[in-house]
Design a protein around this ligand. Sequence first.
Ligand code: PLP
Length: 385
Amino acid sequence: MDVTARPPIIFKRGSGSYLWDQDGKKYLDFVQGWAVNCLGHCPANVAKVISEQSRELITPSPAFFNEPSIQLARILVENSCLQRVFFANSGAEANEGAIKLTRKWGELNKNGAYEIITFVDGFHGRTLATMSASGKPHFEKLFEPKVEGFPKAKLNDIKSVAALITPNTVAVMLEPVQGEAGVRIAENSFLQELQQLTRNKNILLILDEIQTGVGRTGTLWGYQHSGITPDIITLGKMLGGGVPLAALLATERVSCFEHGDQGGTFNGNPLMTAVGRAVMESVVKPGFLQNVSVLGGYITKRLSELSVRFGLGEVRGRGLLIALDLNRSIGSKIVEESLVSGLIINAPRPDILRFMPALNVETSEVDEMVEILGDVFARILAPPD
Ligand SMILES: *Cc1c(COP(=O)(O)O)cnc(C)c1O
């Protein structure tokens, strides 16, 4: 089905930060499967584990334990403030699980309170409930009626959250950095106030870490920048390093699912969780995350130089989730022209470019990206007087 505008290219092969199309043309990839391939295209450890695990065991059914899922769950728990894990196949499905868990907790502990306060411009996925939880203007009129119970507050405005709390409120849910909105950071002080507010009101704090988790922002989880400890987080995208894998993590206190409440045929299958285990082992290796911060700083510096040279706007981000404000609606033009020049970047909004390379991108690849982008800007924009 024609669900999105795709360029007339067929990709055949990928390695590290590069892709090749059917004509053998090479592209430098700063989108990486939409912030998914944390170790680049076709990393050797992921290829190896897929091959080995596929000969060992692929799907015994989620009604039985399997080793890779137990081992991955252990790595996630030992490296986070959460104690329970439910595996899923997509970010939206993990968020659906978070919404269901929260509603169940509300039923047991808060007289059936079910409203989850979410945020303007937030993005949580494309199922009916996660579209309803999202604050994306384009979603507003689609597929009515929506799932009810997701009033919208404003990011970094604690008063707008407090004003929405009623006896029906069971949780607040947000992204530590709003990725699809153009890399809008939830300030540390705001997250700390949210933690205080949700604790005072005995409601849950849910962080959608599908884009920020697994090292994207330079810490393993986005919440670590602010020092808060959420009740629930959801993971997806980079957790599978390119294969479909997601997870819902919660504290022991809120993990109230009973038998039959939640499940899924492919959930926690050993083929995908073995990949997740290999990805997590790479990301928690000493030095890996420091390098993400260093590279993030380097891209920010180089993009800031471009911004000054061409009279563009702010460069902002955390770790390797970075945006450049264009201050004019030329995003799709820049993306198209970059593609012609062999560079893949993304414009989440008409006036914003987003950069989400592999976490092991090399300095020389950053230089190459800046050079191509500079040429594209020079073709499309006259330098400022
Ligand atoms: C991508 C994303 C989702 C949806 O994940 P899917 O795997 O596409 O369902 C949800 N929340 C955030 C913050 C995301 O970036």
